[in-house]
Ligand binder design. Structure first.
Ligand SMILES: [Zn+2]
Length: 326
């Protein structure tokens, strides 16, 4: 009978370039960006998982900084373990945004520009600016939320942490749901992806975990679990088992401070990243090479250490620890 029939609403199509992914389809697409000087075309691979049932479209992206490989591994493992095969809404997964940086073991693109300072970009600008432009034009209009995966820059090791935008209540909510070991709001940086997404009213959280060019299994598992938490929260996955990790509530940091090297020397940390600290506690030492002078780096307040510089030889003023107060 007609009265008993109802129209089953479908999820929307996702179109990137000339390619469309209909509800119920999974596809590997790509955005063509530029050529290498040898003529080889470089494109950004984009996995689209579009469920039949309507729901939010979530973008999970890694490798915006080409040398920050933990996020790339998170996406790879979740693809291999079919954790993006959602039953509602859609996941767009970008394992390596900055392909050029990745193949050069570099944060930046070959002309030295940082893609994450080049948003929203211009069509005919520098390579970084054009990558940002195409990415925004092809993808961002179709996205409801973004999870942007990073690590500490250089040899700075970030304890798994979520950064959200204080002015955007939805990004604060996403941070809560992701439930990383540590969360805090941080200000928007000019030219960053998060800033451009904020201007498009697309809530974004940045997950920072581990350091560049090094796999850190704990960081990888924390990130994968956070992504699962978000997919589960929006009812996009029917089965969130097996879990990658278990934790109590995220620790919110209210204020943060960098502790810098009072002098040049060899830096020897005396604390494990992510640990609680008490005011006056020795976090590390800075020493000359002749056993003549040693300086202690002490905790300025009670709180947590959530970033440690793993560089052994440092210059005066270099950031050694990032510490925060609850
Ligand atoms: Zn980064």
């Amino acid at each position: 009978m007609l009265s008993e029939m109802h129209v089953v609403e479908e999820n929307r199509n996702i179109t990137i370039g000339e390619q469309t992914v209909s509800p119920g389809e999974d596809k590997l697409l790509s955005i063509s960006i530029d050529r290498l000087p040898t003529g080889t075309l470089i494109d950004i691979p984009i996995f689209v998982f579009n469920a039949k049932k309507p729901g939010p479209t979530i973008l999970v992206q890694a490798g915006l900084h080409g040398d920050e490989i933990n996020g790339i591994e998170m996406v790879r493992r979740m693809l291999a373990e079919k954790r993006f095969n959602v039953t509602k809404g859609a996941v767009i997964a970008v394992p390596i945004l900055n392909i050029f940086g990745f193949i050069h073991f570099s944060r930046d693109v070959p002309d030295g520009k940082d893609v994450n300072r080049s948003f929203p970009g211009t069509k005919n600008g520098s390579m970084a600016s054009r990558m940002a432009y195409h990415y925004m034009a092809e993808i961002m209009g179709q996205i409801d939320f973004v999870i942007d995966l990073h690590t500490g820059g250089g040899q700075r090791h970030n304890f798994p942490q979520i950064r959200y935008t204080a002015e955007d209540a939805q990004s604060a909510m996403l941070a809560e749901v992701f439930n990383a070991p540590i969360s805090f709001s941080s200000k928007l940086i000019k030219g960053s992806f998060r800033n451009a997404a904020y201007r498009m009213n697309t809530p974004t959280i940045v997950f920072e975990a581990g350091e560049s060019m090094r796999f850190d299994d704990y960081s990888i598992l924390e990130g994968m679990q956070g992504i699962l938490n978000i997919l589960e929260h929006f009812g996009m996955i029917s089965n969130s088992e097996p879990k990658y990790g278990e934790r109590n509530k995220t620790v919110h940091l209210k204020s943060r401070r960098w502790l810098r090297a009072p002098t040049a020397g060899m830096f020897i940390p005396k604390i494990t990243n992510g640990n609680e600290i008490t005011k006056g506690q020795i976090l590390g030492i800075l020493t000359d090479t002749f056993a003549k002078q040693t300086k202690q780096i002490k905790a300025p307040f009670d709180g947590y250490v959530f970033c440690i510089n793993h560089q052994a030889v440092v210059n005066q003023g270099e950031a050694l620890f990032h510490v925060g107060m609850v």
